[in-house]
Design a binder for this molecule. Structure first.
Ligand SMILES: *[C@@H]1O[C@H](CO)[C@@H](O)[C@H](O)[C@H]1NC(C)=O
Ligand SMILES: *[C@@H]1O[C@H](CO)[C@@H](O)[C@H](O)[C@H]1NC(C)=O
Ligand SMILES: *[C@@H]1O[C@H](CO)[C@@H](O)[C@H](O)[C@H]1NC(C)=O
Ligand SMILES: *[C@@H]1O[C@H](CO)[C@@H](O)[C@H](O)[C@H]1NC(C)=O
Ligand SMILES: *[C@@H]1O[C@H](CO)[C@@H](O)[C@H](O)[C@H]1NC(C)=O
Length: 444
């Protein structure tokens, strides 16, 4: 090539790069954001919609549409403000998948139709039983719509059908190491196990969702939080066979309000400290909620032998109806008939139960704190619990139980046995309890 033709060739390449490629991109994605909002990403005004149907999904609820969903996800993930659409009145069978980020910017997963998990246990790959739909390293995702995520879990709940597989049962929807997630308006039902789980995540908002599974389905927690911070869960209905919301180690700044919980096992912290592990949970506020037809109401449970601390937890303005044990701290949590006694325990400090009102069906309050590490700064105020229905003084009713818990109570307190529940003060005058709780705090 001589000099001139080299220059002409370069000019052509230049022309091609800067005119043709952008116009192709532009047509494909209709994305004015590219020019005007570059870098700002969030809530870009161009809505660029990727409908799963245009990726070839069969939408008959029987053929496997997983690859189509992944295709639509990848496309939506590549543009700022991408919208992945699951259209109304269509059913999509989806095998276990991971939808991975990070994406170009804010991404919307619009679910108006139904996503179905494989109903037959045998069709699940044995190497991937932890979850069904897994979001990993995704930032600024909003899941919304009037649609349903259906785990079709009934075979998993059957002890005979699920026995040969393993002890692991899949979570329906899991977020791992994700930030700025919003889940709103959708329904999640019949998960094989946990319905919605956040793991190692930050800034989560759950609003106006419905979670449901039969009351006798085993371990079907509604929302499960683990190592996750800055969470708000609100205006939602959760009724399953286990905890409505379960808060595990590593969680802080969790605000739960306007939740309708039941049936199930109430709103729980723990079980913490299993197998002598360290657990740290702090700054939890649960308020303005209703718990009904549930085994427990507001509960903290720890295994014996753990380390770490639970502190600054408030349950306030909770209406309970037909709850067996509305207020529980159990530091002897055990999944067998008898667990061996241990000296260590996850310390529990600064817990308020304030305005817990309604009916109980077994025991109004059960504070079983560790013998070696007492619960300190426990606050009971305005607790008004009456026996449910006709169980007036029936033999199945038990008196308030309090063991090794220190703090203050303020009336009204009904039944009156709650008056004698707490030991006064911050855990004995010696100061040794404070020392002890400080050392527990330090590991967190
Ligand atoms: C997510 O959105 C927030 C708020 O708009 C923004 O500050 C942040 O950079 C975004 N994160 C990512 C990874 O895009
Ligand atoms: C987005 O576009 C709509 C019309 O399509 C307009 O009304 C709205 O003001 C725009 N919003 C922003 C933030 O540019
Ligand atoms: C709650 O979600 C439903 C769809 O499931 C929707 O129809 C309704 O408008 C939402 N409510 C609010 C207040 O956003
Ligand atoms: C206790 O937790 C609440 C949130 O639940 C928070 O607003 C408050 O600042 C925390 N208090 C302390 C002393 O950390
Ligand atoms: C554990 O301690 C409690 C209370 O001291 C006692 O009643 C119980 O029998 C002990 N359990 C075992 C397994 O040692």
């Amino acid at each position: 090539m001589n000099h001139l033709s080299l220059i002409v060739f370069n000019l052509m390449v230049f022309f091609w790069l800067f005119t043709i490629i952008p116009s192709v991109e532009g047509r494909k994605f209709h994305s004015p954001c590219k020019k005007h909002h570059k870098g700002s990403g969030h809530f870009c005004n161009s809505t660029t919609i990727f409908n799963i149907l245009s990726f070839g999904a069969k939408a008959n609820g029987v053929s496997d549409d997983s690859k189509k969903l992944i295709g639509a996800w990848k496309a939506a993930c590549k543009v700022p403000g991408g919208v992945l659409q699951i259209p109304l009145n269509h059913n999509f069978l989806i095998k276990p998948i991971t939808l991975q980020g990070p994406c170009m910017g804010h991404i919307i997963f619009q679910i108006d139709g139904t996503l179905l998990a494989p109903p037959k246990i045998g069709t699940w790959s044995k190497s991937n039983l932890y979850q069904w739909i897994n979001f990993k390293w995704v930032y600024n995702l909003t899941i919304q719509g009037s649609g349903t995520i259906d785990g079709q879990g009934c075979n998993w709940w059957d002890p005979i059908k699920s026995k040969h597989i393993s002890d692991i049962k899949p979570t329906a929807l899991r977020f791992y190491a994700s930030e700025d997630t919003i889940v709103r308006d959708i329904t999640i039902r019949n998960s094989p196990q946990v319905h919605l789980k956040f793991d190692n995540s930050e800034r989560v908002k759950v609003n106006n969702i419905t979670i449901s599974a039969p009351r006798n389905s085993p371990n079907t927690d509604g929302i499960h939080l683990q190592n996750t911070r800055d969470v708000e869960i609100m205006h939602s209905n959760v009724g399953t066979g286990d905890d409505c919301v379960s808060i595990q180690t590593g969680c802080s700044n969790v605000h739960i309000h306007h939740i309708n919980c039941g049936p199930g096992h109430g709103i729980s912290l723990g079980g913490l400290g299993k197998d002598k592990s360290t657990a740290c949970v702090s700054n939890i506020l649960v308020e303005n909620s209703v718990i009904q037809d549930a085994l427990y109401g507001a509960r903290i449970k720890t295994w014996q032998g753990g380390k770490g601390m639970v502190k600054n937890v408030t349950f306030s303005n909770i209406e309970v109806a037909n709850v067996n044990f509305p207020i529980v701290i159990n530091q002897y949590y055990c999944d067998k008939v008898v667990c061996q006694n241990q000296t260590n325990s996850v310390a529990i400090k600064s817990v308020r139960f304030d305005r817990i009102i309604g009916t109980y069906s077994t025991q109004p309050i059960h504070l079983a704190c560790s013998t070696d590490v007492p619960c300190t700064d426990i606050d009971l105020s305005d607790i008004q619990l009456k026996p449910f229905g006709g169980l007036l003084g029936g033999s199945q009713l038990q008196r308030a139980l309090c063991w090794n818990s220190y703090g203050n109570s303020k009336g009204p307190l009904v039944p009156s046995s709650i008056n004698y529940c707490l030991r006064k003060g911050g855990g004995g005058g010696s100061g040794s309890v404070h020392e002890m709780s400080r050392s527990y705090d330090e590991v967190c």
